[in-house]
Structures are given as structure tokens and as C-alpha cells.
Design a protein around this ligand. Sequence first.
Ligand code: PEP
Ligand code: MN
Length: 301
Amino acid sequence: MNPKWNGQFSCFDLVARVGEKTADKKNEHARTIVQVRDIEIGGNDFVVMAGPCAVESESQLLQTAEAVAEAGARILRGGAYKPRSSPYAFQGLGVEGLKILRKAREATGLAIVTEVMSEEDVDLIAEYADIMQVGTRSMENSALLEALGQCGRPVLLKRGMTATLEDLLRSAQVIAVAGNSQVILCERGIRTFETATRNTLDIAAVPVLKAVSHLPVIVDPSHAAGVRSLVPVLSRAAAVVGADGLIVEVHPCPEQALSDGNQSLTFAEFRHMMTDLQPYLELQQESRQMRPQLLAAGGAD
Ligand code: PEP
Ligand code: MN
């Protein structure tokens, strides 16, 4: 491993191993596999989570769930509680949205990932969600992170838009120390001086995080790009650098979406994206098999 990273991140070597009852000594370099129903995140599969930014209605969510499941997604995303930059913007359907998510799971078998914004909502959301999403604006909310330590569900931890990788790992460690080692890290773009994209996708974050931690790492190309035309190409980049999966926004009619319509894919666009990803995933599988140690270390220095 690059000595710089080792020095910089050595305090996180055990991130999320804390509290892992089965962590066997000989296996301390093994990667964490997050088990969500019958899905393994961080193992050999590339797991795609897809769905609307926000749950808007039963028909919107059910239609989307069926379309993304048919195209190969395993997990349905959709916010019932929405963190918005403006107090006048749509704030989500709350419990009503959670109930709709549950219906979609029953109808399609997809697992559910949805955002939790406050420690007060953790128990309620854990009754409906298979994965608890922590948004970019909440990454450093320590009361929330600590409450997630006891929620009994895996956590999808998004990188704060101005957070370093070290900050992200520190937040993962807070959840782990509070009792929950099932954490998935998510690169979703950061604030830089560039304004052509909504955020700047830090693609190098993927191999660095995989080199310095054993947690699964996924990419959110939608919030990174801010425009739908860039989502497929950023997804391909994520596959090639070794991400364990994606979280992508998809909407039946993006022009009418109550949030993030510009970056949401239509059903057809999502289907094409999934098909076009295949050769890139095969390429990545081949190189993993050819040089596993090099890739595990994040490539040559
Ligand atoms: C979302 O997933 O819709 C969302 C609000 O993401 P982020 O926290 O990355 O902005
Ligand atoms: Mn969104």
C-alpha cells in the first residue's frame, strides 16, 4: 500500500471491525461483506440501487420499482424524508412514503434503501428500510451516527460534500464503535471550484477507500453529475475503478419530478445504461482475477 495512505489512515485500519463478532484473527484483511436480505454488497457482485430521488406517489414508485428490477437493479432507492436546500422545496411524504416503499418491496422483491435525517426517526425508518441512508448533509451528525450503531440495519454512508476521505472514515468509525459494522461507503461528488457539474466526482476516492478500508464502496453518479447525460459514463468509470455498486436516480417522467429531475434517468435510459455496463464489469472482473493483490492495494504507487 502507498505509505502516504498507510500513515494517513492507519488509525482506521480496524474501522468497522469493532463489534464484528465473527472477525477471525487470520482473516483480519478480509473485506466486509454487507448482507442485505439475499444480496451481498462488497463481494463479487456489482450491486445497483436505483429509483426516484423522492417517493412522490404509489404509482410513481411502483412503476419505477418494476422498471428498475427488470433492468437488473437489486435495491430500490427513494427518499421519504428529504433534506432540501430550500425550506419551500418538497420535503418528502414521511411515513406515507415509507409505507409505499414497503408496498414496492412486496410487489417486486427489491430491498429498500431510504434516507434517515434525524436520530429521532431511526427506529421508525428501520422498521421499513433494509438499508439506512445517511445523506451528504448529515455525514457529520454524530447523534444520528451513534443512533445508527444500534439500528440493526446496514448503513449507506454518503460522503459529505466538503468532507475528506478521512472525515468519511471517521464517521464510519463512529457508527462501528456504536455497534454496527455493516457500513457501505458512498462517493457522491464533492464541492470544488468547478461548476460545470453539480459536484465533482472524486473517482480516485474509490480505489483509495478500498485500499485503506475493508468496507464496500459504491458511487452515486446522479448527485455527482447533476445532469442525466453524464450518469451512464460516470457509472462506467465507477465500474472500472472497482466500485462495488451504484446508487442511481430514475423517474418515470423526469421533467415532472418533484426533486432532482435533471439528473434522473428515464426507464429506457436506465435500461440502456445497465446493458452498456456489462463489458466494463467483465473487464473489471478479469483484472481482479489477474492481479488481486495489486487491486486490493489500490494499484501501484
Ligand atoms: C439523495 O440521495 O437523494 C440525496 C439527497 O443525496 P445526497 O445526500 O448525496 O445529496
Ligand atoms: Mn436526489
